[in-house]
Structures are given as C-alpha cells and as structure tokens.
Write a new protein. Sequence first.
Length: 97
Amino acid sequence: MLKKRNISVYSDFKTGFFCKFFLFLGLILLIFYVIQWTVPLITINENVSGIILAFSILLLGIGIIAFFFNRQLAKLAEIADEIEHGDESEHPKKSDK
C-alpha cells in the first residue's frame, strides 16, 4: 500500500536548488557556444553547435520556470504564516460589536 504523505506549505520541493542548477548549466553551455562561435577552439559540426545552443536555451528556460515556482512557493509559505500567526489587530474583537 501507498503511504499517505503530508506536504507542508513550507516545503519548496528543492526548486531553489534546481533553479540555480539549470541556470548554471544553461549559462555554461551558452558561454561555450559563444566562445566556440567567435574563436573556434575545437572543430565541431555545425549541427552539434546548434544542439548546444538549443540545450542552453532549454536549460535557461527550465531555470526561469523553476525560479518562478520557487518565488510562488515562498509567497504561499508567507501567506500560510500570516494566516497561522495573524495579527489580532486586523480583526475586530467580539466585545467591539
């Protein structure tokens, strides 16, 4: 049987790590492509050069999406914290009615 897993709103599913990881790989591939395009250090096929550019764009896009999810999950955790610990000054007391 499957175990029931409770996931906290404070869990960000490691999106911060994946954001940095994918952006780093994408930038490394993009820098390699630009260097290879300007000063051909090694001889590679034109198709391989296009594949490197495509993967760098893909990884940068995934990194940006992971960054977006990271920010949204951080906002969700902030909202959950406000609800959990909310300010009593925002809500009128029962005796003030």
